[in-house]
Design a protein around this ligand. Structure first.
Ligand code: ATP
Ligand code: MG
Length: 293
């Protein structure tokens, strides 16, 4: 088998023109989207995807047309959290029709292309030597297709749920004609703060987009029996997390098992619990994001 660097020129694929044509399609699709917001964190498991779905729901509840692009190609979770897993993908006149979750939230995710629960996303590289570059290229290509070939239609907000870490940020920066703002997510632990601080610096530089602010997730635990709030993590040192991260604090979302349950069941937490402490926090954060934009 030839490796791709063994192939002279583009091997007759006219790849440069193909990519340029796709980039043109991304640009015209995104022209119908008023605001594009990326949700990121250097740290895994801090609630990026949950925050994405809940902010999208908060804005959709106010009547906005909202979409979510799951940019976590290898660990997609938005389709499940939004309750559109397993929905068939239909080909429309102008691209693939994204399934609509509750409140009309349009979702595109790698998960919608996987046949069953056990099938992982595997990029078969032509050889081990090229594997790293190859996988990066394939992931970028998948993202570009999601942006270019999805019938997003006219949207007020398109949220992009990023995978953990900062190594995929250059991909996104290359693919998007513009990004209107970045929301960072952290949890109030020293370890998370350290990793997130670094990733915020990288994100602001690479994405060339303003940092809207920081969401502190799992900030406290509300006892289901007595309603008392307890801290989930050891009390922070003197400094305030957001100050330390040089990011405006958008708000703190308490740990609420109903958020996890809603995500597991593919229901929108805000549809049932908009008036709980977590529901109020999410709606306030969404309001700040909207005001910023
Ligand atoms: N405030 C919260 N209260 C209760 N559970 C939460 C809260 N935020 C997130 N969770 C739960 O924590 C788990 C991890 O959240 P989530 O998948 O959103 O994190 P993530 O940062 O997107 O993870 P990854 O890095 O893998 O993409 C999920 O089961 C989610 O339901
Ligand atoms: Mg996630």
């Amino acid at each position: 088998m030839k490796r791709y660097q063994d192939i002279a020129g583009d091997g007759g694929s006219n790849i440069v023109a193909q990519v340029a044509e796709q980039a043109g399609r991304v640009k015209s699709r995104m022209a119908a989207v008023r605001r594009i917001i990326a949700v990121m964190s250097g740290k895994g498991g801090v609630g990026k995807s949950s925050v994405t779905v809940n902010l999208a729901a908060a804005l959709a509840l106010e009547g906005a047309a909202v979409g979510i692009l799951d940019a976590d190609i290898n660990g997609p979770s938005i389709a499940k959290m939004a309750g559109v897993r397993g929905r068939p993908l239909l080909q429309g006149d102008n691209g693939v029709v994204p399934p609509a979750a509750a409140l009309g939230i349009k979702v595109m995710s790698m998960d919608l292309f996987l046949p069953d629960d056990q099938t992982p996303v595997l990029w078969q590289a032509p050889g081990q030597k090229d594997a790293y570059t190859w996988r990066g290229m394939m992931e970028a290509a998948a993202l570009r297709e999601f942006l270019a070939d999805t019938e997003w239609g006219a949207l007020d907000f398109l949220f992009i749920d990023l995978p953990p870490g900062s190594d995929k940020l250059p991909n996104l920066a290359d693919l998007l004609p513009r990004l209107d703002g970045v929301v960072a997510v952290s949890i109030p632990s020293g370890v998370s703060r350290l990793v997130v601080a670094r990733s915020i610096t990288v994100a602001v530089e690479l994405l060339n987009a303003p940092l809207i602010g920081l969401v502190e997730n799992m900030a406290a635990y509300v006892c289901a029996h007595c309603g008392r709030e307890e801290e989930m993590f050891p009390p922070a040192r003197q400094e305030n997390t957001a100050e330390e991260l040089k990011a405006p604090l958008l708000g703190k979302i308490p740990f609420d098992p109903r958020i996890a349950r809603a995500g597991d069941e593919g229901r929108l937490f805000l549809n049932d619990h908009a008036h709980t402490p977590a529901g109020r926090a999410i709606r306030q954060i969404a309001g700040k994001v909207k005001a910023f934009l």
